[in-house]
Design a protein around this ligand. Structure first.
Ligand code: SF4
Length: 198
């Protein structure tokens, strides 16, 4: 049984959907590579810079980034070293433990993020033109799929509502205790700045 066996795939909608998702995952790689070639940066270097821009200092450590991107700590350390040599980031050494540090973008780093963070725009353009109801169904399916993959430990860190201590479900209605509001499907967040792990 394989989703890539064309006879099986073409006779089965589930397999076609999985094969389609695989095709879409290739699109992200292709789009990132285009930026990489343009700016002489590897895809992981670009992803790291974008992540650092939009996350807190305690999420910008070697351990956290390794976990976030599912790569080893030495890979992250090497990436950080290269980005530091290119003057896109600077290390902020911990005052208590001089071996630990967090990472911040330099002005040059902020500029390069502005040049690269739009890499997913072709997909955004397609989604934004979709019917509003279709988008809600799509988001509901994507967020459910991410949750299941997280429970299977295939996707590691997830700062989503379903894993958050402020999330509750009373009478089957999702609710955020921090925002003090009911969460409709379109309100469920995939990466929330206020998230605290259950
Ligand atoms: S704090 Fe953020 S992640 Fe947590 S339930 Fe509220 S919206 Fe969701």
């Amino acid at each position: 049984m394989s989703v890539f066996n064309l006879n099986e795939q073409n006779a089965n909608l589930d397999k076609k959907i999985v094969a389609g998702l695989e095709r879409i995952s290739q699109v992200f790689k292709i789009l990132l590579w285009e930026k990489s070639k343009l700016h002489q940066l590897s895809p992981i270097q670009i992803q790291l810079l974008i992540f650092i821009k939009y996350h807190t200092q305690n999420q910008s450590t070697v351990s956290y980034l390794a976990h976030e991107f599912n790569v080893s700590k030495p890979t992250i350390s090497d990436t950080i070293k290269t980005l530091e040599q290119k003057k896109y980031i600077k290390k902020i050494i911990d005052k208590v433990d001089a071996r630990s540090y967090t990472i911040e973008l330099t002005e040059l780093g902020k500029d390069i993020v502005l040049e690269t963070e739009n890499f997913a725009d072709p997909l955004f353009d397609i989604i934004s033109k979709s019917d509003a109801d279709d988008k809600i169904i799509l988001w509901r399916n994507i967020s459910d799929m991410i949750l299941q993959l997280n429970k299977m430990k295939i996707i590691t860190i997830q700062r989503t509502c379903y894993n958050c201590k402020f999330f509750s479900k009373e009478e089957n209605v999702p609710f955020c205790g921090l925002l003090n509001q009911e969460l409709k499907s379109e309100d469920i967040r995939m990466d929330c700045g206020e998230f605290i792990q259950v």
